[in-house]
Ligand binder design. Structure first.
Ligand code: GCU
Length: 388
């Protein structure tokens, strides 16, 4: 006897629901909206600010605030004859001083097509993976395929995260004490490294807005792994990020906290190995994930109604791909408040079948924890379709 195709589809949906969503029991996961009938006005005036405050308090700490007059841009290098004369390159240094503290700076590299019209931008915060990027563009590099990005009509900007703030607990706390003296408001959660890296992304966007070569309305921010966690926090807070792209961000990133997946990272792992990434309050949820009054679909929803892209990898069990996908499903209703379609997928996709038809893009790449050329093709295709 053959089974009718609508029954097969219903069975597949039920199976996917059981595998992906049910393990974290719908009722355990904190709601996205304060009431099921939330409107856009209520979301913007009340729920959204409440969720930002919640992520500051429980995960990332307060976002540093300094006056724009304390930030300055210095051009270190400019050349017009890159990539056989088709592209330009600039290197800039962003200087800032917090009152009473040691001045500091970090560098940004920009490569962009030589055109009369301002171009959209891909800004990456690079983490220290071997061969993460080559400033001379002579060695092809999958973490930052600048030449491909430029050929597709985008500017490729990059900065190294440890140049912006150290990624070692002791070095970070020492640096913060020297550089950010008196900048923290008492009685609020202390800044974390992720909050400072996300703040640095926003300072690069300040520079982008001053440069006529770039279209500041069309900025994509890209991050991989810990950089992907940071991209989400930057995209949630800075409305100038038109497309937030988070690759393999896992726990502390896109993966749902309430969804325990056997081989994936826990809060205990995160706060033990990387105590500086988060504000100290986050450690309270180690071994108590199910009691967390928040979850990561709420962070993803803070990007709405702007574009979001989450990608996972089949062998990246540590990041929990199913939990990254389930977060997208649960964040999608925030886009409906703006009469946009958040996500059309219902079931976990097969590997290498990108989902690009809604405001949240998603793909599951075959392979391990990496940022590859395939990922970049998908991001650029999604940007061609929705951002250009
Ligand atoms: C570790 C960490 C992850 C993180 C990754 C990375 O594996 O446990 O949470 O995403 O490093 O940033 O490379």
């Amino acid at each position: 006897m053959s089974i009718p195709s609508n029954l097969k589809t219903a069975f597949c949906c039920a199976l996917a629901y059981t595998v992906l969503v049910a393990p974290c029991c719908a009722e355990d996961i904190p709601a996205l909206f304060s009431t099921p009938t939330t409107t856009r006005t209520e979301w913007e005036a009340a729920r959204r600010p409440q969720l930002i405050a919640q992520f500051e308090r429980t995960m990332f700490g307060q976002t540093p605030r300094i006056d724009a007059s304390n930030v300055r841009f210095e051009r270190l290098e400019m050349s017009q004859d890159l990539l056989k004369g088709t592209a330009c390159k600039q290197k800039i240094r962003i200087h800032y001083t917090v009152s009473g503290s040691t001045p500091t700076s970090f560098d940004v590299l920009a490569v962009y097509p030589k055109t009369a019209k301002p171009v959209p931008v891909f800004l990456e915060m690079s983490i220290n993976y071997p061969g993460a990027y080559d400033e001379t563009l002579t060695t092809p590099c999958s973490y930052w395929p600048a030449e491909q990005i430029v050929k597709r009509g985008y500017a490729a900007l990059i900065f190294n995260y440890t140049n912006a703030a150290p990624d070692d607990a002791k070095a970070f706390f020492d640096w913060k004490a020297k550089t950010w003296k008196q900048a923290e408001t008492p009685n609020t959660a202390p800044f974390s490294a992720i909050s400072i890296w996300a703040w640095s992304i926003s300072r690069v966007i300040d520079w982008i807005a001053t440069e006529p070569a770039f279209d500041a309305q069309r900025i994509a921010v890209v991050g991989f792994s810990r950089g992907g966690k940071t991209a989400l926090w930057a995209g949630a807070q800075d409305p100038r990020v038109a497309l937030t792209i988070s690759c393999c961000s896992g726990s502390g990133g896109a993966k749902l906290i309430h969804q325990a997946l056997p081989q994936s990272e826990t809060i205990e792992h995160l706060v033990t190995r990387f105590p500086h990434w988060f504000t100290p309050n986050y450690a309270a949820y180690a071994h108590r994930e199910k009691e967390a009054p928040f979850d990561m679909h709420q962070l993803l929803a803070l990007v709405a109604p702007r574009l979001l892209y989450i990608s996972s990898a089949t062998e990246d069990r540590w990041a929990g791909p199913e939990g990254e996908f389930a977060s997208c499903l649960r964040a999608a209703p925030a886009w409906s408040l703006y009469t946009k379609t958040g996500f059309t997928a219902q079931t976990f996709p097969a590997a290498n079948t990108p989902l690009h038809d809604a405001s949240i893009g998603y793909h599951l790449r075959k392979g391990p924890h990496l940022l590859t050329e395939y990922d970049w093709h998908c991001y650029l295709d999604f940007a061609d379709r929705h951002l250009k």
